[in-house]
Design a protein around this ligand. Structure first.
Ligand code: GEK
Length: 251
């Protein structure tokens, strides 16, 4: 077995299990190593959203177009898109600005036996050239982009989207009502406890993400998607404070 086809070593997420001095969350090699375990145990609905990205891609991928997975991490949504594209002649591009993620992602792509080539780029999605796209995925990535740059990015995606094409946008959201915000946050923390995270891990991760992951309300997302040029925006999935939207450009 060549090194590119060996399964990368994975570990259980214990990154916040011991008392730490405060520091911002970064997508470094330690996070990349535990990422499959971390995201599955931290994001309610992630294990449903990934296979549905395959279904949505199957429905909307247009032959001769480009499909982008922006903020691809280890390629879970990239692989779902690859299988959704099937035998259509599309160009599939995964982008992430973490070297550690892209390096591991290459191994996961190589392990998957689908013949469609995948181009991986290690760059900031704000710099990615986006053209001729039928399906673009931002699966829990936009939340890490500076809020003042989000409109520009979505505008570029909408401009590059072909008639009948879509953007899949998954985000952690916040709620206008303080009561709902508190209730949904508590349910999310309960989900994490049920998945074996301690209260120390939950609170330390929360602090580390505070200035890095900036959630917006569903209304803010919907309005921005319409302003960007998408004709129809629908929520196709929600679990607590985690939502996935489908933004369609009319044919
Ligand atoms: C999945 N979509 O498994 N440019 C490029 N990459 C970025 C940027 C940026 N400006 N900001 C953040 N990232 C994946 C999960 S994780 C979500 C996405 C999470 C990258 C960052 O390096 C990380 O890999 C990814 O976006 C976010 O379906 O950890 O909650």
């Amino acid at each position: 077995m060549s090194s590119s086809t060996k399964k990368p070593d994975q570990a259980q997420d214990r990154l916040f299990a011991t008392e730490q001095s405060s520091g911002e969350f970064r997508f470094d090699s330690a996070v990349a190593r535990v990422f499959p375990d971390m995201i599955r145990r931290s994001v309610p609905g992630y294990t449903t959203i990934i296979p549905m990205i395959e279904v949505i891609t199957d429905q909307y991928a247009q032959p001769g177009s480009h499909c982008y997975d922006l903020g691809c991490s280890l390629g879970a949504s990239t692989l779902a898109m690859r299988h959704g594209i099937g035998d259509r002649e599309c160009t599939l591009i995964g982008v992430d600005n973490s070297d550690a993620m892209i390096e591991r992602c290459e191994h996961y792509i190589a392990l998957d036996d689908h013949p469609l080539p995948v181009t991986l780029k290690c760059e900031d999605i704000l710099d990615t050239d986006i053209q001729n796209t039928s399906v673009t995925t931002l699966n829990f990535t936009l939340q890490f982009v500076a809020p003042e740059r989000r409109t520009e990015l979505l505008g570029r995606i909408a401009d590059a989207t072909l008639p009948g094409g879509v953007l899949i946008l998954s985000e952690k959201i916040r709620f206008e009502s303080d009561v709902e915000q508190a209730a949904q946050t508590e349910l999310h923390h309960e989900f994490k406890r049920a998945n074996g995270y301690s209260d120390l891990e939950i609170s330390q991760k929360r602090s580390a993400l505070e200035r890095v992951l900036l959630p917006e309300t569903l209304a803010e997302h919907q309005e921005r998607l319409h302003t960007a040029g998408f004709t129809r925006v629908m929520v196709w999935y929600q679990c607590f404070n985690f939502v996935s939207m489908l933004a369609i450009k009319s044919p």
